[in-house]
Design a protein around this ligand. Structure first.
Ligand SMILES: [Zn+2]
Ligand SMILES: [Zn+2]
Length: 121
């Protein structure tokens, strides 16, 4: 798959990367239908986001169709059309229960920042 990889301030490359696999029971693999870049990606590329390390696959905006889910995912199934949020939330921590998903203790903005983001075929 093609991935936009951050290699440090001002450096990026479109590279071939393996198709992602389910790693945790709460994971989902989504086949991208539409995507776009975000102003935040531009800040990463400028070097403004210290939490995004060189080598990271960028991309945290899009919609698609679920291909597979981990054993712990019960609310979504293969074939569901979903919107991908840049914010991951567990739904269980104090912050999530108060609707403050960006402060989730197990998530927040991690996609395309602390973990690899979107790829395309
Ligand atoms: Zn964004
Ligand atoms: Zn949470």
């Amino acid at each position: 798959m093609k991935a936009l990889v951050y290699h440090g301030p001002g450096q990026k490359a479109l590279e071939e990367r393996p198709k992602p696999l389910i790693q945790a029971s709460s994971d989902a693999i989504v086949k991208m239908v539409k995507t776009t870049i975000c102003g935040t990606d531009l800040h990463i590329l400028k070097g403004d986001v210290a939490t995004c390390a060189p080598g990271r696959i960028l991309g945290h905006e899009g919609d698609g169709v679920i291909e597979s889910v981990g054993a712990g995912v019960t609310a979504f199934h293969s074939g569901d059309r979903v919107l991908i949020s840049c914010i991951s939330s567990c739904g269980k921590c104090d912050y999530c229960r108060r609707g403050m998903y960006s402060h989730c203790t197990a998530g927040g903005w991690i996609l395309g920042n602390a973990i690899d983001g979107t790829q395309a075929e």
